[in-house]
Design a protein around this ligand. Sequence first.
Ligand code: CO
Length: 210
Amino acid sequence: MPNLEKLFENNRNWAKGQLADDADYFRRLSSLQSPQFLWIGCSDSRVPANQILGLAPGEVFVHRNIANLVIHTDMNCLSVLQYGVEVLQVQDIIVCGHYGCGGVRAACENAQLGLIDNWLRNIKDTYSRHWAELEGIEDIMARSDRLCDLNVLAQVHSVSHTTIVQNAWRRGQPLAVHGLVYSLHDGLLRDLAVRITSPDQIEDIYTMVA
Ligand code: CO
């Protein structure tokens, strides 16, 4: 596997470095993880959760997919959410989009790309709900970046609409859902100033009582 040789070398050096700093490092981490944060972000290789947040292994539970979507039929994302909330007891769920997102940009256009068109349809639905505002933005990059914001807001609500999150609130578990956007240009996170911490903040039709 010549293509992977460099990776194994990197890995050996990294493990050695960790042990040099803290001889107990792997023994401690292998016995438990108790991250405070769940990150739901884009698969984009330029948006690595741990590095952006300055967090070490063990400090953030991560789910990534194209364009950071939380779809209520996606067993993968829902399983991560359930495990994160109910077992790991994370306190903060961060939905993080990023400007220049290829998935969001593709959803603004009309070309067929294959299977992924079905995934991106969810972003087109958000576009449709905010059609007047988005069509009013002439510059296609600026329009796509505004859709990145709107997509994050929609996913924050989607997380909050799950029974997983609503049941946690009803049990009295402290749990906040946040919406952030990352800029590839300056490496900085922007807070979209949405923070949902109770069922009172969601539309009545989506509240569900066990
Ligand atoms: Co992206």
